[in-house]
Design a protein around this ligand. Structure first.
Ligand code: SF4
Ligand code: SF4
Length: 297
C-alpha cells in the first residue's frame, strides 16, 4: 500500500452495493504504482475524534493548536452538527500533510485515509437495537489500484490498514451522531451551546482536559482522584467525553453528581437570571426617566 490514501471526494463514483466484512474486493496499492500520491490531491478528509488525538500527538502539538493549523470546520448535516476536515493547501488542493515522499504522518494517518477506497457507513435502521456498519467501494478514475490483481475480503483489508483500533475508539462517537440524527427535527434544533459542547468533547481533547480541572466541573461530578488522574491519558479522556455527552445531551446518566450539585447550579442560574432581569428593569427605567440621565439627549 502506498503512503497516500484519501477519503472519497464528494463527486466520487461510489459503487452502489453495500459490502459486508466477508465480501471480496479487488485492489492493491504500492509505492511503484503510476497514481502514487494522486489520492492525496483533492483530499477531502473528515476527521474523527481519535484521528485528531493521533495526529496532534504525532505532530507534537495540542489539539487546540492542531485544529487551528490543520483543519477547517464544516457542518456535518442540516442541523449544523459541527465537523472538522483536514485543510488542503490554499494554492492547490493537496493535503497539508503530504510531502514529496508521501504522507508525512503515515503511521498515524486518519481512518478515512486508511479505509480508502473502501468507505465506512454507520447507520441505524429504525427497527434495529443498535447501529450497523456497512462498507462500500469507491472507484475513481485516478486510482489505478482497482486494476491490480490482488483480491481480499473487506475484513482482511481493514486488518491490513489498522482501522480496527480507530473504529473501537470512535464507536460511541458514531452512536452519539446517529442518536442525534434519529431524534430528528421533532426535538428541535440543538442550541449553539450544545454544539460547542459537542465540539469540545469530540475534537479538542486538551481544552476539554482543562475544563475537567475547573472548580465548577469538580464541584459538579463525584469522581475520585484516580479518575481525574486517568484523564491525563487522551484516549481515556475521550471515552469519558463520550459518556459526558450522552449524559448532558441525552440524559443518559452514567457519571455520578456530587450531592447538592444540581440544586446549587439551579440556584446559581436563578441568581444570574434574577440579576439580568433587575439590570434590564433598571435600564428600561433610566430610558423612561430622562432626568436620571442628564448627559443623554
Ligand atoms: S493525511 Fe496522509 S494519507 Fe491522508 S490525505 Fe493527507 S497525506 Fe494523504
Ligand atoms: S492506488 Fe489509489 S489509493 Fe493507492 S496511491 Fe493510487 S490513487 Fe492512492
Amino acid at each position: 500500500m502506498s503512503q497516500n490514501h484519501a477519503q472519497p471526494p464528494v463527486q466520487s463514483p461510489v459503487v452502489p452495493n453495500l459490502l459486508g466484512l466477508d465480501d471480496i474486493i479487488q485492489f492493491d496499492c504500492h509505492k511503484g504504482i503510476s497514481c502514487f500520491n494522486a489520492c492525496c490531491k483533492q483530499a477531502d478528509v473528515t476527521l474523527t475524534p481519535y484521528d485528531i488525538i493521533r495526529l496532534k500527538n504525532r505532530l507534537g502539538m495540542s489539539s487546540t493548536e492542531f485544529l487551528k493549523q490543520y483543519t477547517a470546520p464544516f457542518e456535518m448535516d442540516s442541523s449544523g452538527m459541527p465537523g472538522v476536515k483536514l485543510r488542503a493547501r490554499d494554492e492547490e488542493p493537496v493535503c497539508l500533510l503530504m510531502t514529496g515522499e508521501g504522507c508525512s504522518v503515515y503511521d498515524d494517518r486518519p481512518s478515512t485515509c486508511r479505509y480508502y477506497p473502501v468507505g465506512l457507513m454507520a447507520m441505524r435502521p429504525s427497527n434495529a437495537p443498535k447501529e450497523e456498519h456497512h462498507y462500500c467501494l469507491v472507484e475513481e478514475p485516478h486510482c489505478k489500484g482497482h486494476q491490480e490483481a490482488r483480491k481480499l475480503s473487506v475484513a482482511e483489508y481493514r486488518k491490513e490498514q489498522g482501522v480496527e483500533a480507530y473504529d473501537n475508539m470512535n464507536r460511541e462517537w458514531y452512536q452519539i451522531i446517529l442518536k442525534r440524527r434519529s431524534a430528528g427535527p421533532a426535538v428541535g434544533k440543538p442550541s449553539p451551546t450544545s454544539f460547542q459542547f459537542f465540539f469540545l468533547c469530540s475534537y479538542d481533547v486538551d481544552r476539554f482536559r482543562e475544563f475537567t480541572r475547573t472548580e465548577s466541573f469538580r464541584n459538579t461530578y463525584a469522581l475520585s482522584d484516580d479518575e481525574f488522574s486517568s484523564f491525563n491519558d487522551d484516549a481515556t479522556l475521550l471515552k469519558f467525553g463520550y459518556r459526558l455527552m450522552m449524559q448532558v445531551l441525552f440524559g443518559e446518566a452514567s457519571i455520578p453528581l456530587r450531592e447538592g450539585a444540581l440544586e446549587e447550579r439551579i440556584e446559581k442560574r436563578r441568581e444570574i437570571h434574577q440579576a439580568r432581569r433587575e439590570l434590564e428593569i433598571e435600564l428600561h427605567r433610566q430610558k423612561q426617566d430622562p432626568y436620571q440621565n442628564p448627559g443623554e439627549g
